[in-house]
Design a protein around this ligand. Structure first.
Ligand code: BDR
Ligand code: CA
Length: 318
């Protein structure tokens, strides 16, 4: 089984991804590390603990960063994920269970040292915890199996941003952290809007999932009501994009995605703050800074029908 630490800001599509990782027989969900983003760090951690209690998850829950490295915090995206982070679904104020005593970046460092090259870090929120881990212990670049990130937008098929015309939310929430993570000498696969906006959970798909799966299907249906309303009103579609679950899908079956290789950088200030850029041609530019950076892999196409079928099957079998 593939061991993962899932770094997340739950969040509606984060729940969909967490339950995907938990349900899939080929994944061992070792830990859920939390980060600010869709909700505050307190809410993110509470929501993760709630899921652990509700579904008796074996995963440790570990509290992470409350704010970005440098930029001022953007604040929770209540319009997208609701006050609770789970749309209209209320999360009980009292949750049994405790967080790990360490902070997320220390937990990540300890975990990859304990099991060198065994653990994949999957990040589906702002990249602050991963950047802090790199800053505290740069050697972890040699101890992590792979880093899979849902974030960024590279202009493939004109996909550029969802919080500004040029920036995707997770990268925009902490562009400095994203630049550190993408520039580091470890293998990163970036599943950005270019591919996550190619797969759709339609209302009909979610209805059938609720009807055919056990309670978890109902829960996914419940949390998705608010998300579908947001997509209908603000994006103009009768479906929601498959953002965070796509990162899990990559871990399960990398063949679902076509990847493009080349170094990736992030614009950290100005009107294009949070924009992600990849150099993927062979041209040598004058004063080429780019060649110093590790080539990373960016998703440019996805087998969406297969991805949706894998998601459905494993949720039904959970
Ligand atoms: C990303 O931003 C958040 O709203 C989602 O949870 C996802 O991780 C998509 O841009
Ligand atoms: Ca997320």
């Amino acid at each position: 089984r593939k061991k993962i630490i899932l770094d997340t800001d739950p969040g509606i599509d984060d729940v969909m991804a967490i339950m995907f990782a938990e349900a899939h027989p080929e994944i061992e969900l070792k830990a859920i590390t939390t980060v600010f983003g869709n909700v505050s760090i307190e809410t993110a951690t509470h929501n993760a603990l709630y899921l652990k209690q509700k579904y008796q998850l074996k995963a440790d829950v570990v509290k992470g960063a409350s704010k970005p490295l440098v930029r001022p915090p953007v604040g929770p995206t209540v319009v997208v994920h609701g006050e609770s982070g789970f749309g209209d679904v209320e999360v009980p104020a009292k949750v049994v269970g405790e967080v790990d005593s360490r902070c997320a970046y220390q937990y990540i460092i300890d975990a990859v040292k304990a099991e060198p090259n065994e653990i994949t870090l999957v990040a589906i929120g702002p990249l602050t915890n991963l950047a802090l881990a790199l800053q505290a212990e740069p050697d972890i670049v040699n101890l992590v199996k792979e880093v899979v990130v849902m974030g960024g937008a590279f202009g493939v098929n004109d996909h550029r941003g969802n919080v500004t015309p040029y920036a995707e939310a997770n990268v925009h929430d902490d562009p400095h952290a994203a630049d550190i993570v993408f520039s580091a000498a470890w293998p990163v696969v970036i599943i950005g809007l270019d591919v996550t906006e190619q797969s759709f959970f339609t209302g009909d798909y979610l209805d059938r999932l609720r009807d055919d799966a056990a309670e978890v299907g109902q829960f996914i249906w419940d949390v998705s009501r608010f998300y579908l309303k947001f997509y209908k009103e603000k994006v103009g579609i009768d479906a929601c994009h498959v953002h965070d679950p796509s990162a899990i899908a990559y871990v399960i079956d990398p063949e679902l995605f076509t990847l493009r290789e080349g170094p990736v950088r992030v614009i950290t200030e100005g009107p294009a703050e949070g924009m992600t850029i990849q150099k993927f041609d062979d041209r040598t530019y004058p004063n080429d800074e780019w060649s110093k950076h590790t080539p990373q892999r960016v998703g440019i196409a996805v087998k969406d029908t297969e991805l949706l079928a894998i998601y459905r099957q494993c949720i039904i079998e959970y």
